[in-house]
Ligand binder design. Structure first.
Ligand code: PMP
Length: 456
């Protein structure tokens, strides 16, 4: 390779940088897409090519890529106090303010907020609190954790164990023992012909109860769920699902944890996905939209039942043996506070509700396309699932990589989306307007025809 290419950002990325969620050998051949700048809902690569980011990064850049107020909030806080820890009684004002604001906005009464730097860290903290809580109330054997197939909860060892996606387990010997997975509530592939959504939801709840009884209720500590599964392919649960599931969980004294890392802060059109889908969690994780991704910060909210039990236990054990250097970072908290202020000012939920039909309706109009098996979603999250045979719902052979090919064709048209297995997923910035949705839908429509022609 010539020297200029070797020393370009492309060449240096291949030489020096290993990428997460990437085929390393393929990366050596194709190299990176290097982004230099953000502009509203768009990002611009080093060659000046502009892309509408239909994924808001990784479901996170809710206010887009050039919000001056968020940059100013970070800068002002960095000048004033760039770092402060929260171990051993230490605090800072932005963190106190953010805790108060989050508790006021919580979907159900919550008692305390704890801060971390990522969604995975929030989920790990919640898993540890499930164990700690049950140990505190004298039931230390109640520590198995139930997640769901196709759920995504993060990449650390416990969060990846809770995740129900094989690519997060393969090669690592995961999940760890004690992590169980129930069926994904997939109305397209799981619901029987002629079965109502309510009946399907009841069937899933009965399966959950059977698992709890088989394992022994005295061993089951917690149940985690995303209100709408994101990375699993934007799976919207059937009518009545969380009501039915929670009835079972309460019966066996299993803690309920809502993972709002994607759904929180307006993405579904409600402030929290829990409100939209009837989840009443004991604990709630959030991240991503919390700071519109301008600074890494996440939070775990815990209710008073959990807090009171845990508080007694910390007194007995001489302190809470948990915490991160960057948990409660004042810059992250300042950026989050400004983000939440902006969401209120622009009425983010109202905007999502008003604009979602342009995305959801536009995509559903593609439902008759020969490649498309199912279109689903809510608010500003959606998925199109591809099939080889519409009537039989037969998936394409994975090696055809149909979703990836459509995603590549969409990118040629200046729109970024993400292929996840057999689906193409959508999660535009929450500031996207109708014209952006039209641009996304048109790019997909043209790309479907292009890939269909190639396949036939
Ligand atoms: N939970 C959910 C629902 C997520 O979507 C993600 C990230 N996509 C995580 C947890 C983990 O967050 P992070 O990547 O910030 O660790």
């Amino acid at each position: 390779m010539d020297q200029a290419i070797l020393n370009s950002p492309h060449g240096r990325d291949v030489r020096f940088h290993a990428h997460p969620q990437t085929n390393f050998r393929l990366h050596e051949q194709v190299g990176p897409m290097v982004i230099g700048q953000g502009d509203g809902v768009c990002i611009v690569d080093l060659d000046g090519r502009r892309y509408l980011d239909g994924m808001a990064g990784l479901w996170c850049a809710s206010l887009g890529f050039s919000d001056r107020r968020l940059a100013d909030a970070a800068y002002a806080q960095m000048l004033k106090l760039p770092y402060q820890q929260t171990f051993a009684h230490r605090s800072s004002e932005p963190v106190i303010d953010l805790a108060e604001v989050l508790l006021a906005k919580a979907p159900v009464p919550m008692s305390k907020a704890m801060f971390q730097a990522s969604g995975s860290e929030a989920v790990d903290t919640a898993i540890k609190l499930v164990w700690y809580y049950h140990a505190a109330i004298g039931k230390p054997q109640k520590r198995k954790i139930i997640g769901r197939q196709r759920a995504y909860h993060g990449t650390t060892i416990a969060a990846a164990s809770l995740t129900g996606l094989p690519n997060m387990h393969n090669g690592y010997g995961l999940p760890l023992p004690g992590f169980l997975h129930v069926a994904c509530p997939d109305t397209y592939r799981g619901k029987a012909e002629g079965e109502t959504e309510q009946a399907y939801a009841e069937r899933l709840a009965a399966e959950l109860e059977a698992l709890i009884l088989a394992e022994g209720p005295e061993t089951i500590g917690g149940f985690f769920a995303e209100p709408v599964m994101g990375t699993g392919g934007v799976v919207v649960p059937p009518e009545g699902y969380f009501a039915a599931v929670q009835r079972v969980l309460r019966k066996y004294d299993v803690l309920v944890i809502a993972d709002e890392v994607i759904c929180g802060f307006g993405r579904t059109g409600a402030y929290w996905g829990s409100q939209r889908f009837g989840l009443e969690p004991d604990m709630l994780t959030c991240a991503k939209g919390l700071s519109s991704a301008y600074f890494p910060i996440s939070a775990l909210l815990i209710n008073d039942r959990v807090y009171q039990a845990v508080a007694d236990f910390t007194a007995r054990l001489g302190g809470f043996g948990h915490g991160y250097t960057y948990g409660g970072h004042p810059v992250g908290a300042a950026v989050a506070l400004e983000t939440l202020r902006i969401y209120d000012e622009i009425d983010v939920c109202g905007h999502v509700q008003a604009t979602a039909p342009a995305l959801q309706g536009g995509l559903r109009a593609l439902g008759n396309h020969p490649l498309v098996g199912h279109v689903r979603g809510v608010g500003f999250m959606a998925a199109v699932e591809f099939v080889a045979d519409k009537a039989a719902r037969t998936p394409f052979a994975p090696e055809l990589a149909v979703a990836q090919r459509v995603s590549d064709a969409v990118k040629e048209r200046g729109v970024l989306l993400r292929a996840l297995g057999p689906t193409l997923v959508f999660s535009p910035p929450l500031i996207a307007r109708n014209e952006h949705m039209s641009e996304i839908v048109s790019a997909v429509a043209e790309s479907l025809d292009q890939i269909h022609a190639q396949l036939s």
